[in-house]
Write a protein that binds this ligand. Structure first.
Ligand code: F6P
Length: 548
């Protein structure tokens, strides 16, 4: 099909936006025009509720966007993914993270068989660690798990393990180390005892610099602190698609859990990459997470486009990015447990959609993935929400609320949390006019001249778009659905933009250059091999080192 930025339908959407804009359409007006707007612009699944009524769109907008989805053959693309077609064309790979949690009758049975066998292995391993049957080199049971990985081998499992803290199985403590800065590993090791610590080396490729360095550091620490060389296998296990490399590092083949090329790193928390989740919370919780994701998988596959939550969210993202002029997206979970969710979504969205050519290598005609950022509410309200309310950028926000708290004794405080979640999206929508601000100031006794000046500063434009997602409670099941919702939403965007959401060539150059610079930093010769700035920085580091 035509590059999306060129089609007639695309132009129709552009004109439609301009009409809405020039007519001065406001969100508040849209609610007045349609008293049932909330019902007409919300969707529900078994686990997630989506209110998308506070976005600048009408039924006509939605119809046009759905037409765009059909023009881009979205339904065919969804079916192709579930069938196991090689949608990752630049790496010639299937895209089958859905097979990690959903039985796919349409795909080759080998995928589901491999998944079932791995889950069984994980189950056995978790049981041995939890029961104390798996022992360290001094025959003590494991009390500390340290996951060593980065990107998809860290962010997903770390986020879920943190979110499900309520279900952690004592006395096990789980840590995640990712940064090549030795401070990360050292500060984690300072809390560990080599006799009772289990390291999981998580790396799909087993060739990622950070993970390699941290794993080697962990091994040195184990030996230097009395660890028995002959019993290393009791303390180091791996998850990888590259078994030979994991073995070459010294991991016992019996301790290597498999991963496959058909699972992208940022989509891998459902595989054995989720081992730290299963160890921290138990296998039943891990299976509940998969079940929640599976519910969303089935919804995505079976629901008609207009009632399909990931489809609607993906189309809204396209609407905001390509027609309303947004270049960033805020993710605001009103849940401390979900405080790592924005960081997880940054990789999922930006590594998937941060592309400027289509699947065939042709330059995109339209903007692709926005900058994704955010943090847990209510904290963000006291740092960056000012910019959302009064800044010059249009930033659509996803609010995520949890209806029932895990702390019923603190229900009233939880109501404050939800009230803030809803009041922020309400404030973004309604804003405050200069007249309203002036009236408030005068009512508080300000003199008219000061009040008129201040009112200009207190004016809040409003009309800022947001979605609100509600989970009935925070559980492994609802969390599984929420994550899968965003995975599929990203897929929808990639189909509209016709790009490959499953490769990440952009990160390679930095890695290559990093190796050469490392060699330069470690040698004493004058540094002249690079550009002026790089040579200067390296020389300065060396000089400071010499004078230390
Ligand atoms: O930074 C790029 C990347 O390849 C990510 O896509 C991936 O999740 C991460 O590095 C870690 O890769 P691996 O699991 O192979 O160590």
């Amino acid at each position: 099909m035509t590059n999306p930025g060129r089609s007639r339908l695309w132009q129709k959407l552009e004109t439609h936006y301009l009409n809405l804009h020039s007519a001065g359409t406001t969100l508040s007006q849209l609610f007045c025009d349609d008293p049932q707007r909330f019902e007409h612009f919300s969707l529900t699944t078994d686990t997630v509720f989506l209110d998308y009524s506070k976005n600048l769109l009408t039924r006509e907008t939605r119809d046009l966007l759905l037409e765009l989805a059909r023009e881009c053959s979205l339904s065919d693309a969804i079916r192709a993914m579930y069938r196991g077609e090689r949608l990752n064309n630049t790496e010639n790979r299937e895209v089958l993270h859905v097979a990690l949690r959903t039985t796919l009758p349409e795909a080759d049975p080998q995928y589901n068989a491999a998944v079932a066998a791995t889950l069984q292995r994980m189950e056995g391993f978790v049981a041995r660690v939890h029961s104390g049957e798996w022992k360290g080199y001094t025959d003590k049971p494991i009390t500390t798990v340290i996951n060593i990985g980065i990107g998809g081998s860290d962010l997903g499992p770390a986020m879920v393990t943190e979110a499900l803290r309520h279900w952690h199985v004592p006395p096990l403590r789980t840590h995640f180390t990712s940064n090549v800065d030795p401070a990360h590993m050292r500060s984690t090791l300072a809390q560990a005892d080599p006799q009772t610590t289990l390291f999981i080396i998580a790396s799909k490729s087993f060739s990622t610099l950070e993970t390699h360095q941290n794993a080697a550091l962990a091994r040195r620490w184990y030996i230097e602190n009395g660890g028995d060389e002959s019993k290393v296998s009791r303390h180091f296990v791996a998850v990888s698609a590259n078994v030979p490399k994991a073995q070459a590092f010294g991991i016992d083949p019996d301790n290597i859990f498999p991963l496959w090329d058909w699972v992208g790193g940022r989509y891998s928390l459902w595989s054995a990459i989720g081992l730290p989740i299963a160890l921290a919370c138990g296998m039943a919780q891990f299976r509940a997470l998969l079940e929640g994701a599976s519910l969303m998988d089935q919804h995505f596959r079976d629901a008609p486009l207009e009632a399909n939550m990931p489809v609607i969210m993906g189309l809204l993202a396209v609407w905001h990015t390509n027609f309303c002029g947004a270049s960033s997206q805020a993710i605001l979970p009103y849940s401390q447990a979900l405080h790592l969710f924005p960081a997880f979504l940054q990789q999922l969205e930006m590594e998937s959609l941060g592309k400027s050519v289509d699947r065939h290598g042709e330059p995109l005609r339209a903007a692709s993935g926005p900058v994704v950022w955010g943090s847990a509410g209510t904290n963000g309200q006291h740092s960056f929400h000012q910019l959302l309310h009064q800044g010059t950028h249009l930033i659509p926000a996803d609010f995520i609320g949890i209806v029932r708290t895990l702390y019923p004794q603190d229900e009233d405080q939880h109501a404050h949390l939800l009230a803030n979640c809803f009041s922020q999206s309400q404030a973004l929508m309604q804003g405050k006019s200069e007249d309203e601000a002036l009236a408030e100031l005068l009512a508080r006794g300000r003199d008219e001249t000061t009040a008129r000046v201040l009112a200009r500063h207190k004016r809040i434009a409003g009309n800022k778009p947001s979605n609100t997602l509600l989970l009935p409670e925070l559980s492994a099941r609802t969390l599984g659905s929420l994550i899968a919702l965003y995975e599929h939403k990203v897929f929808v965007e990639s189909v509209i933009w016709q790009l490959n959401a499953f490769d990440q060539w952009g990160v390679e150059l930095g890695k290559q250059l990093g190796e050469r610079l490392h060699a330069a930093l470690r040698c004493a010769e004058p540094c002249t091999a690079f550009d002026g700035s790089t040579n200067g920085l390296i020389t300065r580091c060396r000089n400071l080192d010499e004078h230390a």
